[in-house]
Design a protein around this ligand. Structure first.
Ligand code: FAD
Length: 346
């Protein structure tokens, strides 16, 4: 990709990871990020700051492509864990099932995750039939987004704040490639308008615990289909969740839902609350829209012609990560780089 000028649309975890990898792995290219939202912004239209976030693969047994994205990302986070200012740390993950499904079989990542094992009966919380544990990764979203942003700019990457109505608006006379990391907006963005993209609203409560109090996360599947989880961050915050509401675009906080989340979390793991602390200290409430897509994440290239500049432009899409944007971020960005190189070489 020598001497190419690349514009990345989007500064969420997908755009920042792809833009940073481009500069780290390719020689003599220029990368420019254009986005409405950047790290530090808190908006319902910008999903990345609202994530938990931890690595807990959603890839099913037959989803080999998704497994590879998640595998690469697990290994990457494992390597950079505890790097200063990254917000990435290794944790003990506990997955609980209130009722063990009859068709349960071990997840694909049994052979990937360090120290994977089934939980013993005496290790299960009250009301839980079955559980597993393994070493996983927690990512503090705002710290990690800033870490990516700072790495990107220190490598010479440039940025511009703009709200675009069409993908073509990224293209300047010297643009060769556009990477589309527009998240949920891929549904409405001109030139993309992907009707397979839909939101899954997620509401959370962010509480403050003493720093280093918690180095474990849990994710519980309730018998009624709901999920309850708690994910620690390196600064002592813990994200309590959650909801998964398909096609719900509301970014308003529902305080009854928040109360129910807190209740479910404390009922599952009363030790979330330090012994000398009578109640949780709530820092904020969160609502984010997971950028889901029928058929899964789109990592794909296509050519377009810029009428304005009379030239062909390569478009590389990397959007539609749903609830897996962090845990697949490195793998999907690597895949985007690979397919861009392949098409340019051919
Ligand atoms: P976004 O973060 O939304 O970024 C999109 C970017 O594109 C923004 O910069 C935006 O400004 C820009 N943009 C879009 N359209 C335009 C336009 N027209 N003009 C200019 N700029 C534009 N994932 C995990 O892996 N692990 C978890 O534990 C986890 N937990 C989650 C919990 C919750 C409650 C939620 C809501 C999500 C969770 N996720 C988790 C999912 C994860 O947050 C998302 O998959 C990820 O953040 C998507 O990132 P993105 O960069 O694709 O999109």
């Amino acid at each position: 990709m020598l001497n190419k000028r690349i514009v990345v649309l989007g500064a969420g975890v997908s755009g920042l990871t792809t833009a940073t990898l481009l500069l780290q792995q390719e020689k003599a290219i220029k990368v420019h990020i254009v986005a409405k939202h950047f790290p530090g912004d808190l908006s319902g239209e910008y999903t990345s700051p609202w994530a938990g976030a931890h690595w807990r693969s959603h890839a099913a047994k037959d989803e080999i492509r998704e497994q590879e994205f998640d595998r690469e990302t697990y290994n990457y986070f494992w390597k950079i864990a505890n790097t200063p200012y990254s917000g990435v740390m290794i944790i003990d993950e506990f997955e609980y099932w209130e009722k063990l499904p009859q068709d349960f079989s071990d997840p694909w990542f049994k052979t990937l995750c360090h120290e994977y094992r089934n939980l013993r009966k005496e290790e299960l919380p009250v009301g839980v039939e079955f559980g597993i544990t393994y070493k996983s990764i927690s990512i503090n979203p705002s710290t990690y987004l800033n870490y990516l942003f700072n790495t990107f700019t220190s490598l010479g990457g440039t940025t511009q704040r703009a709200n675009l109505s069409h993908l073509n608006e990224c293209i300047e006379s010297d643009t060769d490639i556009v990477v589309n990391c527009s998240g949920i907006h891929a549904r409405t963005l001109g030139g993309v308008e992907d009707s397979d993209v839909f939101p899954a609203r997620g509401q959370t409560v962010i509480a403050q615990l003493p720093q280093s109090y918690m180095n474990w996360a849990f994710f519980k599947r309730e018998a009624n289909g709901e999920s309850t989880y708690a994910i620690p961050r390196d600064n002592g915050e813990v994200t309590l969740g959650g909801t998964y509401e398909v096609d719900n675009y509301s970014t308003d906080v529902d305080y009854d839902t928040a109360a129910a989340i807190i209740h479910r979390c404390l009922a599952t793991r009363p030790d979330l609350l330090p012994k000398d602390q009578p109640h949780l200290i709530i820092k904020m409430h969160g609502v984010g829209l997971r950028p889901c897509r029928k058929g899964g994440v789109r990592v794909e290239t296509e050519w377009t012609t810029s009428e304005k500049f009379g030239k062909k432009i390569l478009i590389c899409h990397n959007y539609g990560h749903g609830g897996s944007g962090y845990e697949s971020s490195y793998g999907t960005a690597q895949s985007a780089l690979k397919i861009m190189k392949e098409i340019l070489q051919s």
